[in-house]
Design a protein around this ligand. Sequence first.
Ligand code: SAM
Ligand code: DTB
Ligand code: SF4
Length: 351
Amino acid sequence: MPAIPVAHARHDWTLAEVRSLFEQPFNDLLFQAQTVHRGHFDANRVQVSTLLSIKTGACPEDCKYCPQSGHYNTGLAKEKLMEVQKVLDEAANAKAIGATRFCMGAAWKHPSAKDLPYVLEMVKGVKALGLETCMTLGQLDQEQTAALAGAGLDYYNHNLDSSPEFYTSIITTRTYAERLQTLAYVRDAGMKICSGGILGMGETVDDRAGLLIQLANLPEHPESVPINMLVKVAGTPLENAEDVDPFDFIRMLAVARILMPKSHVRLSAGRESMNEQMQALAFLAGANSIFYGDRLLTTSNPQAEQDMELFRRLGILPEAGYEHADEVHQAIIEQAVSAQQNSELFYNAAV
Ligand code: SAM
Ligand code: DTB
Ligand code: SF4
């Protein structure tokens, strides 16, 4: 088994190195990832974020995976920008089920001058509820990043999705360089970055490695790295894409954990197609964040109660902040807490 890589943040990963991490025997890779994970995080805590689509469909971009692209007919009902109060009501619901971060997504190439003031009101309102805020609105310029940071936006999600080489076969209406530019503006404005990608679009292992290298070799690692499994939506060009081997998906999480030891790695879209055993392996590989609540943007996600039951069975706790949940969800989460305390008692008695 190769030496465990140093667990400090590196920004000079090469393709040969990352390829060799992917090629290791599965157990060696998982052991390394879990070791790195424990050096930086409580291995039994998982951050929970809730998503809301604040503007749905009719997007001018042609991302081949996306049900919201106006280039494909996916039968999705288009909606204009949601009213601020409706967004705040949804955020309050997310808080009631125990989410600690509220992520708002819009199907835009970039926000318009007309829409931005409403978006800023949403950030301020969600923050006032005591939730962390995240937005994903497409490309931004420096004025817009300054305005969002000024309103108190904590995270900006902007995915690189795949390697620079594969990107052009998935999206033709924007460039990789433009994505990197927006990430640089977000960082310069002082916000935290959420950036990751998708597996299952027909990419090679080198493309997966290429994506992680792009993220890890940024001047600072993104604080949050969502790894999505493609949700195959009828009407998109990728509706019949080949399934990813579940173990290869877990390898991606493990390599992300090793390359970006202090980042939250999110087991993102696609959990509905994963069984509980696979999700447990994802946490073992170092994933420590999920989307929580029964909807992603336009597709479905496991029920909150089902996720808390999985947490309970695995002795996992949501990261701090869930005390704001309503009584029903508080009780469900407390069952998980007590399962964890029992497992600690058992462990302490056994050693
Ligand atoms: N329009 C903005 C943009 O693309 O930056 C923000 C919203 S967009 C829906 C956010 C991310 O969702 C995409 O970058 C992509 O990684 C992910 N995504 C979209 N459709 C998906 C699908 N069918 N399966 C998995 N992930 C998907
Ligand atoms: C991310 O990486 N995944 C989320 C979030 N960032 C915005 C979106 C997943 C979307 C899945 C397809 C849908 O529900 O429309
Ligand atoms: Fe539009 Fe974002 Fe979907 Fe691409 S991923 S089509 S930019 S909503």
